[in-house]
Design a protein around this ligand. Structure first.
Ligand SMILES: NC(=O)c1ccc[n+]([C@@H]2O[C@H](COP(=O)([O-])OP(=O)(O)OC[C@H]3O[C@@H](n4cnc5c(N)ncnc54)[C@H](OP(=O)(O)O)[C@@H]3O)[C@@H](O)[C@H]2O)c1
Length: 283
C-alpha cells in the first residue's frame, strides 16, 4: 500500500482502520482480526476508546507479525502530563500486547501538553515509540509546541471530510513538516453523506461507492485516512480505492461541499473543554 513519509522518516500506510465506537470487546477483537485479514496494516485506537485490550487480541489473533503492522494509540486528557504519559503508556503497551507503539498521539489539546510531550520525546528516544504527534490541535498550538521543544510533531490527526475540508490548515501543517491524518472521513454518516447527490453522481461515474470516492479524494491529497467499519464487506470496499483517479472536475465539485466547520463540535468551545477535562477513564 502507498505510504506517507513522516518528518523523521517513518512510513505510514496511507489508509488505516479506525476503531472508535467499537466498545464491545468481542466485536473489537473480531473487527481488528477481520480488518487485518482484509489487508489493513494500519490500526488506530486510543486509551479513551476503551478497546486497547481487545484490539491487542485482534492483532495477536491475526497471525500477522507486529513488525508488518502500524499501530497508533492516543493519550487521554487525564493522562496528558509527564507522569501521566510515563505510567499510562506502559499500561497501553501491555493492553495492546506490544513492545513498542508506531505512533503515539496526544488525543486532545488540553492539560499539560508540554509535560506529556517531554515524556513522549524520551520514550521515542528509548525506541518505545516510532513516531509522536498530536490530534485536534490548531496549527498555532502545533507551531508553539515545535518552537519550544526538540521534536516537531510528526502528525496532527484532525477531522477531515467533504463537509470539513480543512484546506488551509492542511497546507499550514505541511509547511511546518507535520503530516496530516483524517478522522471521520465519512463524517460518521452525518448530513446524509452516503446519499449526497454530488458524491453519488461522482461515484456512479467511476462505478464506485460514495465511501470509496471520499477515501480516494483524501488519498489523492496524500492525507493519511482512517476508516472504520465493523462489516467485512465494507472493510474490503474501503480498501478497494487504488484503481481509479478522480478527474479535476470531480475534485472541484467535492470542493463545493465544504461547510468550513466541524460536523461534531468545536475544540475551542469552553463547554467542550470542561466536558473533556471531566471525562475520567481511569486507565
Ligand atoms: N482523534 C480523534 O479525536 C478521532 C475522533 C474520531 C475518530 N477518530 C479515528 O478515526 C476513525 C474514523 O472515524 P469514525 O469512526 O469516527 O467515523 P467514519 O469512519 O467517518 O464513519 C464510520 C461510520 O461509517 C460507516 N461506514 C464505514 N464504511 C462504510 C461504507 N463503505 N458504506 C457505508 N457506511 C460505511 C460505519 O458503519 P459500520 O461500522 O456499521 O460499517 C460507521 O457508522 C475512528 O474509528 C478513529 O480511529 C479519531
Amino acid at each position: 500500500m502507498k505510504t506517507v513519509k513522516l518528518n523523521n522518516g517513518v512510513e505510514v500506510p496511507i489508509l488505516g482502520f479506525g476503531t472508535y465506537q467499537i466498545t464491545d470487546a468481542g466485536e473489537a477483537e473480531q473487527a481488528v482480526k477481520e480488518a487485518i485479514a482484509a489487508g489493513y496494516r494500519h490500526i488506530d485506537t486510543a486509551q479513551s476508546y476503551m478497546n486497547e485490550e481487545a484490539v491487542g487480541r485482534g492483532i495477536a489473533a491475526s497471525g500477522v507479525d507486529c513488525k508488518e503492522l502500524f499501530i497508533t494509540t492516543k493519550i487521554w486528557v487525564e493522562n496528558v502530563s509527564y507522569k501521566g504519559v510515563m505510567s499510562s503508556f506502559d499500561r497501553s503497551l501491555k493492553r495492546l500486547g506490544l513492545d513498542y507503539i508506531d505512533l503515539l498521539l496526544i488525543h486532545q489539546p488540553y492539560n499539560d501538553v508540554y509535560g506529556a510531550w517531554m515524556a513522549m520525546e524520551e520514550l521515542q528516544a528509548q525506541g518505545k515509540i516510532k513516531a509522536i504527534g498530536v490530534s485536534n490541535f490548531g496549527v498555532d498550538r502545533v507551531v508553539d509546541l515545535a518552537a519550544f521543544n526538540d521534536t516537531t510533531p510528526q502528525v496532527n490527526q484532525i477531522e477531515i471530510n467533504p463537509f470539513q475540508q480543512q484546506t488551509k490548515n492542511i497546507e499550514a501543517l505541511r509547511k511546518e513538516g507535520v503530516a496530516v491524518e483524517a478522522w471521520a472521513p465519512f463524517a460518521e454518516g452525518k448530513n446524509d453523506i452516503f446519499t449526497n447527490p454530488i458524491l453519488t453522481k461522482i461515484a456512479k461515474k467511476y462505478g464506485k461507492s460514495v465511501a470509496q470516492v471520499i477515501l480516494r479524494w483524501l488519498i489523492e491529497q496524500d492525507i493519511i485516512v482512517l476508516a472504520k467499519s465493523v462489516k467485512p464487506e465494507r472493510m474490503a470496499e474501503n480498501l478497494d480505492v487504488f484503481d481509479f483517479e478522480l478527474a479535476k472536475e470531480d475534485k472541484l465539485a467535492i470542493a463545493t461541499l465544504n461547510q468550513g466547520e466541524s460536523q461534531f463540535f468545536s475544540h475551542a468551545d469552553p463547554e467542550m473543554v470542561k466536558w473533556m477535562a471531566s471525562r475520567k477513564i481511569n486507565i
